[in-house]
Design a protein around this ligand. Structure first.
Ligand code: DMJ
Length: 468
């Protein structure tokens, strides 16, 4: 049995205090087109409330709202609900000091959230959204029942890890029976759990959760190529790669490396930090290229380094923020600008493009938060108004194009005007996009700008990192 992960006692972001100072400092460097920070924060809060009221009116207690039709969506399993948007929204409501709704959401979870449903749930999604949301909700509100629900759920997810011969988790588990399925897993689904599981181990004194996360990471990292690169997906039972293309920072690998860094920071775990550095060095050596007017990351064969493709997914736009936090700040700035240049072409980002030719491969927009997550991270690191301007432009793009009377919706094609809209507010919207924007502009009294750590799903892991 491993030792329990220790709380970290130094700041997560070394220049975070700078970012916090910039919130309250006179906005001397503010661009003419950027309104005062407090008024942007109010605009963002109003828009979050607009979308939250839309969910409450049309889909309360269901996973997700369909804001155009007024319907609802089951995210995890047909005919089953986990009140996903309630769980996703809880810590955002708390940060925005919407305390009546904090009580409403927390009460709903205490009374109705059922972690033992007869449903095959995707382990990765259940961890980052539900386990993380319940943990964040517990840490924000102090309600013990939220931690109890969180532990019940995690105990039901654990067979995905413990019944695997390699320790690499199966993709699905039935919460009632414990039956596992899905034996080929992409890396994001293997490695995006050490924050939630490690924190749960700290809070409960039970090291099984952290141990499971570390064992899964180790099983993959032992299988790096001689270049130090990782493939994309792996056979859970044999440990053999099923896809040997290195696609970082794109999905479906993306947050595997994000959690190496964050786990190293949160728990002071030198092994995780070392793995982050080694994988990152290999990606920078073999995948970084300057082409198509920017700094991008090509896809390569993990063993030979041969180029396979030049694709950039919007999901990968979290990477400038991670590069900055990981110490590669110049490259982070350059890569962020490469993404920002795409917003000169489209008011909101398309899902997938060829960065070399500029050709859009998938024109939909899923209301994703990754680009504004990077803006927030880089603003915290540098205090530079460039990132607030980028955040505000992102905000205007979605408000002008994706706002509907029932909230905010995804779009089918962002390359046409007017955009063809779809009919869904993804649960992560309530956890992420408005939160990053709000924190960037609000000088939020409930957020510790020096030590606050957000998970890949934007969950505030409050109190997990102790100030030095
Ligand atoms: C969110 O669920 C999380 O940010 C996750 O890490 C991947 N991206 C989606 C939203 O795009």
């Amino acid at each position: 049995m491993r030792a329990l992960p220790q709380p970290r006692r130094r700041t997560v972001l070394t220049a975070a205090a700078l970012g916090a100072a910039a919130v309250s400092a006179a906005p001397a460097a503010r661009a003419a087109d950027l309104p005062p920070a407090a008024s942007v924060a109010q605009e963002v809060r109003d828009e979050f409330v607009h979308s939250w009221e839309g969910y409450k009116a049309a889909a309360w207690g269901y996973d997700e709202v369909r804001p155009v039709s007024g319907g609802h969506n089951d995210f995890f399993a047909s005919g089953r609900t986990f009140g996903l948007s309630v769980v996703e929204a809880l810590d955002t409501l708390w940060l925005m000091e919407l305390d009546q709704d904090v009580a409403l959401a927390a009460d709903w979870i205490e009374q109705h959230f059922d972690p033992a449903q007869d449903a095959d749930v995707q382990v990765f999604e259940a961890v980052i959204r539900l386990v993380g949301g319940l943990l964040a909700g517990h840490l924000c509100t102090g309600r013990p029942a939220l931690l109890t629900r969180c532990r019940e759920l995690t105990d039901r997810l654990l067979p995905a890890f413990t019944s695997s011969p390699t320790g690499i988790p199966y993709r699905y588990v039935n919460l009632r029976t414990g039956a596992v399925s899905g034996k080929t897993s992409p890396l994001a689904e293997v490695g995006t759990n050490v924050l939630e599981f490690g924190l749960l181990s700290q809070l409960t004194g039970d090291s099984r959760y952290f141990d499971a996360a570390k064992r899964a990471y180790l099983a993959v990292l032992l299988r790096r190529s001689s270049l130090g690169l990782l493939g994309t997906s792996i056979d859970v039972e044999s440990g053999r790669w099923t896809d040997t293309v290195s696609r970082l920072p794109n999905p479906p690998v993306d947050s595997f490396v994000e959690y190496l860094w964050a786990g190293g920071e949160l728990f002071g775990d030198a092994e995780l930090s070392g793995w982050y550095r080694q994988v990152t060095d290999a990606v920078l050596q073999y995948q970084l290229e300057r082409t198509g007017g920017g700094a991008w990351f090509r896809q390569v064969d993990y063993a030979s380094g041969a180029v396979v493709d030049r694709e950039a997914s919007e999901l990968g736009s979290f990477y400038p923020g991670l590069l900055g936090k990981g110490g590669d700040l110049d490259l982070a700035r350059e890569h962020f600008r490469s993404w920002s240049a795409q917003l000169d072409r489209f008011p909101v980002l398309p899902e997938v493009m060829d960065y070399n030719t500029g050709k859009v491969r998938m024109g939909n927009n899923d209301l994703r938060p990754e680009y504004v997550n990077s803006a927030f991270d880089l603003w915290r690191l540098t205090g530079d108004d460039e990132y607030r301007q980028a955040g505000y432009r992102y905000f205007q793009g979605i408000r002008d194009n994706l706002r509907v009377p029932g909230g905010y919706t995804t779009a089918d094609d962002v390359t046409v005007s007017p955009m063809r809209l779809k009919d869904l507010t993804p649960g992560y919207w309530y956890a992420e996009n408005p939160k990053y924007l709000y924190l960037m502009f609000a000088a939020a009294p409930r957020f510790d700008y020096a030590t606050g750590l957000l998970s890949t799903e934007g969950k505030l892991l409050r109190g997990a990192v102790r100030p030095s």
